[in-house]
Design a protein around this ligand. Sequence first.
Ligand code: AQP
Length: 323
Amino acid sequence: MSKNKKVLVSGIQPSGTLHIGNYFGAMKRFVELQEEYESYISIVNYHALTSVLEQGTLAENTKNAIIDHLAIGLKPDTLFLQSDIPEVTELAWIFNNLVTVPYLSRAVAYKEKVERGLEATVGLFDYPVLMAAYILIMDADIVPVGQDQKQHVEIARDIAEKFNNRYGELFTLPNAHILKDVAVVPGIDGEKMSKSYGNTIPLFAKDDEIEKLVMKIVTDSKGEKEKKDPATDTVFALHVLFSAEELEDIRERYKNGQIGYKESKEILIKNIKTFIAPLRTEREKIARENKNILETIQQGRERAQKRAREKMKKVREVIGITF
Ligand code: AQP
């Protein structure tokens, strides 16, 4: 890869079945930008440990997440597991000594997860520091994420500045890369779609699952002939992602009271099925042909390890661990 390319770094937690929010919010851009940027995409299994404690589940989710990324067209040499780069957890410990508890207490995602019932472990609290270590060790210029991760990228930037001020310019300051239209994809309950909220449409859902889930999307109680507001309707928010060609027509029909939610959902089902079918076929093929999925991403692992090791050597020197 060319030295002149800017560096793109991002990741996905194997904390459940990946969904269309993960895809439009982040994964799609990994694929779209992988030639333009020198890209490093990781399945962040140590992050997932903050919410998934069953051994079998974490391993299975991790394997599935690798296959999912290959199925959407990500190149295998771009992909690796976070746990293959132990330097990330090492760097997180160093950063732990730069950030304060009051500063990290401002992290919104931590508060939300605890409010939703996740145990308030030190790991969950420290999640943004581990994320900063991963982003900074790879010297990321841009980090494509959904809106919910914006604050975490800002924390990474703050940590980089603090480190550079204390020890000299070593880390690149990263920027979050967020697209307005897909910043927060809503789930079937209208809240942010999230693996742990039970409100997702899986990225590789089967047809009958798509039908059931879309029919469950919560709407207001307006009748077929009543005027509806596309800006506040979850079904319409998903049309924006899947129904490009019909979008303006559907928008007008909403405003003029010419479409009921049932018909709107039926159109959405048709379009989601059309979108997912080829991805599902590709996924099945990859799962069939790549019996050892870790071998498939070996190059990605080696590429990322080399980069992280070089950076970490410099970090140890400037902080006085090696001399
Ligand atoms: N609903 C969403 N809309 C837009 N982007 C989203 N992302 C997640 N949900 C949406 C983006 O997907 C990337 C990977 O997310 P993650 O797995 O690292 O963690 P997350 O943001 O916490 O995702 P979930 O699905 O909500 O997982 P759980 O329930 O385990 O916490 C990120 O770029 C994220 O912004």
